[in-house]
Write a protein that binds this ligand. Sequence first.
Ligand code: PPS
Length: 302
Amino acid sequence: MGFKSVEEELSPEFLKRLDPVEIHGIPLHKGTAERWHLISEFKAQPDDLVISSYPKSGTTWIQEIVDMIRHGGDPQKCGKSPIYKRMPFLEMPHAAVSYMEEIETMPSPRTIKTHLPVQLLPPSFWEQNCKVIYMARNPKDNVLSYFHFHRMNQTYPDPVTWDHFLENFLAGKVLWGSWFDHVHGWWAAKDHHPILYLFYEDMKEDPGREIQKVATFLGFESPEPVVNKIIQQTTFESMKANPMTNYSTLPSFILDQTVTPFMRKGIVGDWKEYFTVAQSEKLDYIYAQLLGNSGLIFRTQL
Ligand code: PPS
C-alpha cells in the first residue's frame, strides 16, 4: 500500500504528551482534533469494513483475524506489512494531512480501524450501510490495559498513577471518552445496522467459535483446517512474536516497549492484581447505575 514511511507520515508536533481536545464533548487526541474536518467527511464505500472498539479491547487481535479470514488463513499474505498499514486507523493522532487521501485511495475492500464512539463515526459509513465489527472487553481488564498503554505511549497524556488514571476513566475523562457510553452506544446501534458485536472474553474462551462467527458475518466459508490455522496464527504468543502485529515497527519515541510491551499479557482477570476491593466495588456500582438495564453482560473472569 502506498503509505509513506512511519517517520514521514507523522506530524512531529503531536509526538509528545498533550492534553486531549474535546470534539462534540468527547476528549480526543489533539492530532485527531486538528484533522477532524477531514475525518468527519471521510467518504466510505459500501464494501468498507469498520473495526470499531474502545481502545485496548483486543482490536489488533480481531484485525489480524479478519485479515487471515480474507486471505484463507495464509500467514505469508498477511505478513507483508504491519497491521496499521493493512488496516489504517481512521483518526490516527499523528498522521499527516495526506493520510485521509491515502486511505481513500486504498484498494477495495478496505478495512478501517476506529475507536470513535458511535455518534462520531463519519456519517458516510452509515449512508453506505458498511458492515462493522465491534470488539468489547470487560471494563476492569480494559482500563488496566489502557493504563499500561498510557505509560508506554509517549504521545498520550501522562496516566500519573493507577489510582489517578482509574478515576479519570470512571469519569470518562480519558481519550475517546466514557467506556460505558462507548460500549452501550455501539450495542444499541446493532439493532439497526449490520454490526457484529464481539467480546474479548468469548474470544479467549473459544477462538474457533468466534472466528466462525466473523467469517459468516463477512460472507466467507470457514472450513475447519482454515479456522485451525487462523487460531494458531492469532494466539497471543504468535502475535506477540510477530513484528507485523506487535507494533515493534513503530519507533520508541511513540511506543516505548521497554516500559511495557504492546502485547502485554493478553488474559482475562489481570485486573485482580491492581484493583483494590473498594475500586472494584466502585466500578461495579457505576456499571449497575449506567448499564444495569442495558442487557450488556461482561465477564471479568473465565
Ligand atoms: S489498541 O491500541 O487500542 O488498538 O489496542 P488493542 O489491540 O485494542 O488491545 C491491546 C490488548 O489486547 C491484547 N491482545 C491479545 N489478547 C489475546 N490474544 C491476542 N491474540 C491478543 N492480541 C492483543 C493485548 O495484549 C492488550 O491487552 P493487555 O491486557 O494489555 O495485554
